[in-house]
Design a binder for this molecule. Structure first.
Ligand code: FES
Length: 369
């Protein structure tokens, strides 16, 4: 063995010795006629047909030549196609991306063909050893286990053993209890689930009156007559819950003012007041705040995954992964002209998990009827 060769020890009867590194002068590698004779006698090694290998060699050389030319084209493109305008940038990106893609593809194809059609094929067999430990080792483990059990007093001290089993029992039951949260609210006792279905908009204020809509951040109640420019949008929360993050997670609204002729059939007209419509701000996809509004198209956009809702048509989904409209809140005005909630949402707010729950419950009820 020369200085720059490193042998890997392998059983001689199964595979030939493999040599890694540059062969020294006078040495040979597999693929030469002499090595082929040797390798052909070794079980598990199949040499490629020489004529086929020569054809593959030409293909590989062609691939590498294409890679070379594409690499040059990449460099030339970088120099020639200067950016500066959107069109020039597009041309430059196309030239750079195209040439680099061809270069990498050519290289990858060449290497794959080289390995599969020129190099010899090995069938390597690795023998399995018995999985079980020796008998003496197993005896030691068994003795150690029994000794540990005796020393712990688990068998002897009944009180400890029984209280330990007692302590573990509720932990075993915990996953079963958690399954209750998968329940539908129409099942008896699913109070927790029910609380997720409702928002504080169904509650009353200290005077026993419906909750006012107030501006998020300032807490100012909104007089309908003051919110009078069509296209306007406000982020709104319920009076008295301005800092209650749990309530706001479900109850935050967007309020939009329309011209009467802009409102389409999807909007429940008797839930609006003078062209003012209130929708849940919680996206029905996975619950991000959907509050980007495009005045000209009446589109509400959720920035998380680009669900788009038509505010003029009941916040119907017109694009993106959301599966149902943003729920509309019924609103009206009190005797002083402030916007108030008529009652809670008719449908749950937030991710579309609810829709599936409702559909399943309805199907069940339909089946029972
Ligand atoms: S949360 Fe709104 S689109 Fe995904």
């Amino acid at each position: 063995m020369t200085d720059n060769e490193h042998e890997i020890e392998q059983p001689e009867e199964r595979v030939p010795k493999r040599v890694i590194g540059t062969p020294g002068p006078g040495t040979s590698m597999l693929g030469t006629a002499e090595a082929a004779d040797v390798a052909a006698e070794v079980p598990g090694v199949t040499l490629q047909d020489e004529a086929k290998a020569r054809r593959a060699e030409k293909v590989v050389a062609l691939c590498f030549t294409i890679t070379f030319l594409a690499g040059l084209a990449f460099i030339v493109s970088y120099v020639v196609f200067q950016v500066g305008s959107p069109e020039a940038t597009g041309t430059s990106n196309l030239a750079l991306g195209g040439s680099l893609t061809i270069a990498i593809l050519g290289l990858a194809a060449g290497i794959v063909i080289w390995v599969r059609q020129i190099m010899p094929k090995y069938s390597l067999v690795q023998e399995r050893h018995a999985m079980a430990s020796d008998e003496p080792d197993r005896e030691v483990v068994a003795d150690t286990f029994v000794q540990g059990a005796n020393e712990s007093g688990f068998v002897k001290r009944k009180l400890l053993r029984r209280t330990l089993l007692l302590a573990a029992a509720p932990l075993g039951l915990a996953p079963v209890v958690l399954l209750r949260d998968l329940d539908n609210s129409k099942m008896p006792g699913a109070a927790f689930n029910k609380s997720l279905r409702h928002t504080v908009w169904g509650e009353k204020n200290k005077e026993g009156k419906p909750l006012k809509l107030v501006v998020e951040g300032t807490g100012q109640p909104i007089r309908a007559a003051d919110f009078n420019s069509p296209g306007g949008i406000l982020s709104v929360v319920p009076e008295g819950y301005e800092h209650d993050l749990t309530a706001l997670a479900k109850a935050t609204l967007i309020l939009i003012k329309f011209r009467p002729e802009e409102i389409k059939s999807g909007v429940k007209q008797n839930w609006t007041h003078d062209g003012i419509v209130a929708y849940s701000k919680i996206c029905t996809h996975v619950g991000c705040p959907a509050a980007l509004y495009e005045q000209n198209t009446h589109h509400i956009l959720c920035p998380c995954h680009q669900s788009t809702f038509d505010a003029a048509d009941g916040a119907k989904v017109i694009f993106g992964p959301a599966a149902r409209p943003l729920p509309q809140l019924p609103i009206t005005v009190d005797e002083q002209g402030y916007l108030i909630a008529q009652r809670d949402f008719d449908v749950p707010v937030g991710p579309s998990y609810w829709e599936r729950g409702d559909a399943e419950a309805e199907a069940r009820e339909g089946g029972q009827a």
